[in-house]
Design a protein around this ligand. Sequence first.
Ligand code: F0G
Length: 421
Amino acid sequence: MAFLKCIKCGATYPIEEVRYRCDCGELLEVVQELESISVSKELFDSRLGTLSPPYNSGVWRYKELILDIDNKYILSRPEGNTPVYYSPKICAYVGHPNIRLKHEGENPTGSFKDRGMTSGITAARFVGAEVVACASTGNTSASMAAYAAMAGMRAVVFIPEGKIAFGKLAQAIAYGARVVEIEGDFDDAMALVQEVTNQMNIYLLNSINPFRIEGQKAIGIEAIQQSGWEVPDWFVLPGGNLGNSSALGKALYELRELGIIEKIPRIAVIQAEGANPFYRYFTGGYTKFQPVKAETLATAIKIGNPVSWKKLEKVIKWTRGTVEEVTEQEIVDAKAIVDSSGIGAEPASCATVAGIKKLVEKGVIKGDESVIGILTGNLLKDPDIVINYHKEALQGLRSTYANKPVKIKPTIEEVKRVVKL
Ligand code: F0G
């Protein structure tokens, strides 16, 4: 049986209890008694390709490790089963032959958030929630709005006014959530939503909710299963609120405890230079965690006061991981390469590729090591940045790989002038 445990003082609470923090104020995590879980690679492999819910989901395939709950509570689209891409163009760009990219932007609502949302909304049903809420830089709100609509629940999303990508805002509105734009940034929205859910009878679905983390773990498990249970040397992913990277660490820890993997891959978390509180904390030798005022065009990770930094600290230490920062220019150029490779992803996701490039250049990631990078969100989430980059209209940035549209009169001569064979 699973229970909730404080990551600091160790106090425990039953999973039926609606709470997001320990009485001491610290974060909680779901703890499973791993000795009592009977799973194997063979069991998970036997579920590959099944059409039966919930095991057709790339999250619930690992149900015993996610949330061992009566199937009647599970709301699954299904999510996961996302592809792993290999691109010679991207490998050449980062200067490393063995990069694979797991594209979480190919989930039902276009981001990795669907994995944590299927487990989060399932927990919400389990406790009988009728209204759910989150603060978001966009993707969580899109995902939550969609899952809440399917569950017949009301959804309230708190977003920083004018600061989330258009595709995400459109999704939250279209799926029928109550969209509350607040004057302030994500960190203000995050503080507000915790107050709201503590005072009103509303269930919180940010990744501070430990059940969100449980579903999120499936990215790592699935990536390893897709590699024939061979563990890469590195996982690289972007960090904002730091829930996803914490979840990956938890997945690896549990897989190792269960004997499903032996090697511990190293985790590299990439932050945008203007939203880099954990990078500063890491490079400062973990002396004092200090929030920053976040600024980056990768709006998904524009977070200055991440909720899960303590969880991630453990993960980085346990995996002998690292933290890197990338500039706006590095993000947009990496994005142009990821996009023009035909794969495509939103800016925050491309911080992964920019980060890999930097870590390869610094010799932290070695040429003979294998790397799985996580692309977290879909290209279509943020069309504005694509258009502005290629029209050379991003203020203060170069459009190194611009692919500018051309306007012509509708004549064959004009076509011959602009389309050179
Ligand atoms: N990439 C994308 C596309 C995201 O949307 C997020 C987070 C991250 C990376 C960072 O993941 O927060 O777990 O470290 N988006 C949240 C949201 C904050 O509200 O959609 P993290």
